[in-house]
Write a protein that binds this ligand. Structure first.
Ligand SMILES: [Zn+2]
Length: 164
């Protein structure tokens, strides 16, 4: 009962804050809130047919989803995703990670190879979405990196491993 009331409250907030999104959203994009990268990601999404995707911009770009199942951050993000998927009535998702992510450095201080971990987690997130969110299609999996003053978006195939 209490859970249902909390959910109703969250839905009410969504309706108030994002009325247009609830009407016309086509999917959900999750990416890191790093300012330089998140601006590039929004531009990339607009130019590549994901312009009507609602953004979840959080530290690590959804790296929470790759954490152990008892992680409170993972549970919070999963609950929020579930709520959005149901309320927006969408089943399409895009996941984006980026090189040099500070959330990864902070969260995994002993990690020897951050970039490899970011890529492995990106693929793990896609697999987890497929398994835990039935019917959800991850239409885009991207790894962004700085290259000569620009941000290059690499499409990643989660079934073929982490090669770019
Ligand atoms: Zn980041």
């Amino acid at each position: 009962m209490k859970e249902e009331m909390v959910r109703k409250g969250k839905v009410e907030v969504l309706r108030r804050l994002y009325p247009a999104d609830l009407e016309s959203a086509e999917g959900i994009a999750v990416f890191c809130c790093d300012l330089v990268f998140s601006q590039a990601h929004r531009q990339f999404l607009r130019k590549n047919g994901f312009g009507r995707f609602v953004s979840i911009s959080i530290p690590g770009g959804g790296g929470f989803l790759a954490q152990p199942s008892d992680s409170p951050e993972r549970r919070t993000l999963e609950e929020y995703l579930q709520l959005l998927l149901e309320e927006l009535k969408v089943d399409r998702m895009v996941l984006i990670s980026h090189s040099g992510c500070r959330w990864y450095r902070h969260t995994y201080p002993d990690e020897a190879d951050y970039e490899a971990k970011i890529l492995v987690d990106l693929c793990a997130m896609a697999q987890r979405l497929k398994k835990d969110f039935q019917g959800v299609k991850t239409e885009g999996l991207f790894y962004a990196e700085r290259q000569g003053g620009k941000i290059r978006m690499n499409k990643i195939n989660s079934d073929r491993g982490v090669s770019k």
